[in-house]
Design a binder for this molecule. Structure first.
Ligand SMILES: [Zn+2]
Length: 504
């Protein structure tokens, strides 16, 4: 089974920030997990580069839109490696292959009878690059997102016959209750559909920064339709000389923020139906990370800047914190103080300590050898079906719940150390076999949680598995099995409490 996950393509008008990092990390966790299952995985991210906001910003700087797009796209292209994220391709909507695909698919939509000429009049937000329905305008004709006064625009456009998809979309939502998740977002999209769909502009007249409409050169495609098609177009040219569309389409998961729900949960499936293209399997909507009234940490000041966290603590710590502290799919507060607390109490004191104790005791009492005894059944019971539980959560994009399952076992292993007190057993030579079993069980338990933590903490997990001499990352090998760890080597502290970059 192939697995195809996407982030939204990021709008090049702003610099990368925590929100972009969040979605990219989440998509990477899913991609890595599915690779552990031995599946063919494709992970796509990229940049959305057309539209009025980019043209306006470039104009204000006295440069061409392409130059601004090039400049900012480079910063977004650098983001995944900074986060330890392993995207398979980085798409830019100014790629000529993407533009050709947009023209081909939208011409097909027109040939299928879903495009007509008309005049649009409405309240328009140039920052959203979107017309607003009367029901969603704030007092004083303001954009509910940008709070700027909207302009009344009237223009001749080609329209997409969205209204024709009212019933097909209602049927889609009835038949596939997991098409949009979490449930609250599904309900929100469905109620928008039920409120009555109106046709929407497909093109913009007299704008030039966009994909040209092949049948009318005075128009470019509306930036949203151009952007949405990235998920489909990328597969046709991501791998030179190969078209991955048949292999990877439909997408397994589109991860999005709640602000772009309507485009992905309503316009996108309608557009695909109009073009005769299969629909994606899931649209998963994550919440917003809020930084209101946040508490300040000693080392990071008062703003949780992802790049500062990475500089001081490494990308694993950021990945862990964001998926651990805020349940994925819900809004939640983040702060430098809660980051520091998680780092110290969980990464350093729980996982870091478990690793250094286990490896330390094996070195001290057994010269680093694991003497192939069986797993302690009292512990094996607590690990029963753990990889399957984790996989089931990740199948539903419940990334925080999956991590919690693993973390409960990290804590279980620490309790096991306390219960068994190997340092006491070691004082009684006649209990040598018992000590072998406790140490072997610990080594194997540590290996298991580390394999399962790899999607979240890839760099640390790889270091740790290396020290355990057991580099296999496959999910199939993630259950407790004796004999996987034979010999351990020393390891430097995984999560130093005084972060190495902290000179103070
Ligand atoms: Zn707006």
């Amino acid at each position: 089974m192939p697995f195809y996950v996407t982030t939204p393509i990021y709008y090049v008008n702003a610099a990368p920030h925590l929100g972009h990092a969040y979605t990219t990390i989440a998509a990477d966790v899913m991609a890595r997990h599915h690779r552990q299952r031995g599946e063919e995985v494709f992970f796509l991210t990229g940049t959305d580069e057309h539209g009025e906001p980019v043209a306006d910003a470039a104009h204000a700087l006295g440069i061409e839109p392409q130059e601004l797009a090039d400049r900012n796209a480079a910063r977004f292209r650098a983001l995944p490696p900074q986060l330890g994220a392993t995207n398979d391709f980085f798409i830019r909507t100014t790629d000529p292959q993407h533009e050709a695909c947009v023209q081909e698919v939208l011409s097909r939509v027109r040939d299928n009878g879903y495009v007509y000429e008309g005049t649009y009049e409405g309240w328009y937000c140039p920052r959203c690059a979107d017309f607003k329905a009367d029901s969603e305008i704030d007092e004083g004709n303001r954009c509910p997102i940008h709070h700027i006064v909207l302009t009344r625009e009237r223009e001749d456009n080609y329209f997409f016959r969205l209204s024709a998809f009212q019933q097909p979309l209602e049927r889609l939502y009835a038949e596939r209750e997991d098409f949009v998740a979490p449930r609250g977002r599904y309900n929100e999209a469905l109620s928008f559909i039920r409120s009555g769909l109106r046709d929407v502009p497909l093109t913009r007249h007299k704008l030039t920064w966009g994909v040209p409409v092949p049948w009318d050169h005075e128009h470019v495609f509306y930036v949203w339709f151009d952007a949405l098609l990235n998920y489909y177009s990328a597969l046709s040219y991501a791998r030179p000389g190969e078209d991955l569309t048949d292999l990877m389409w439909p997408a397994s998961y589109h991860l999005i923020g709640k602000d772009i729900l309507r485009f992905h949960a309503v316009y996108w499936p309608a557009l695909l139906m109009a073009a005769g293209i299969e629909l994606p399997e899931h649209v998963f909507v994550h919440g917003f990370l809020l930084m209101e009234g946040e508490k300040m940490s000693k080392s990071l000041g008062n703003v949780l800047d992802p790049f500062e966290v990475i500089d001081r603590y490494g990308s694993d710590a950021l990945r862990f914190y964001l998926l651990r502290d805020v349940p994925f799919g819900q809004d939640g507060s983040v702060s430098t103080a809660s980051f520091e607390l998680r780092y110290e109490s969980e990464l350093a004191n729980e996982l870091g300590n478990l690793a250094s104790r286990t490896i330390g005791m094996l070195n001290r009492y057994r010269g680093g050898e694991v003497l192939g005894a069986e797993i302690d059944p009292s512990l094996a019971e607590d690990f029963y079906l753990l990889p399957e539980q984790v996989a089931a959560h990740i199948d539903r994009a419940e990334l925080t719940a999956a991590l919690e399952q693993v973390w409960l076992r990290v804590r279980r292993l620490n309790r096991y150390v306390e219960e068994q007190a190997p340092w006491r057993i070691a004082k009684e030579p006649e209990r040598a076999q018992e000590l072998d079993r406790v140490l072997g069980t610990l080594a194997e338990g540590l290996r298991t949680v580390t394999v399962l933590l790899w999607p979240y903490l890839p760099a640390s997990a790889e270091r740790l598995l290396d020290a355990l001499g057991a580099p296999d990352l496959s999910l199939a090998g993630a259950g407790l099995q004796t004999g996987r760890v034979r010999r351990v080597s020393a390891i430097e502290s995984l999560f130093p409490k005084d972060s190495p970059a902290d000179g103070s």
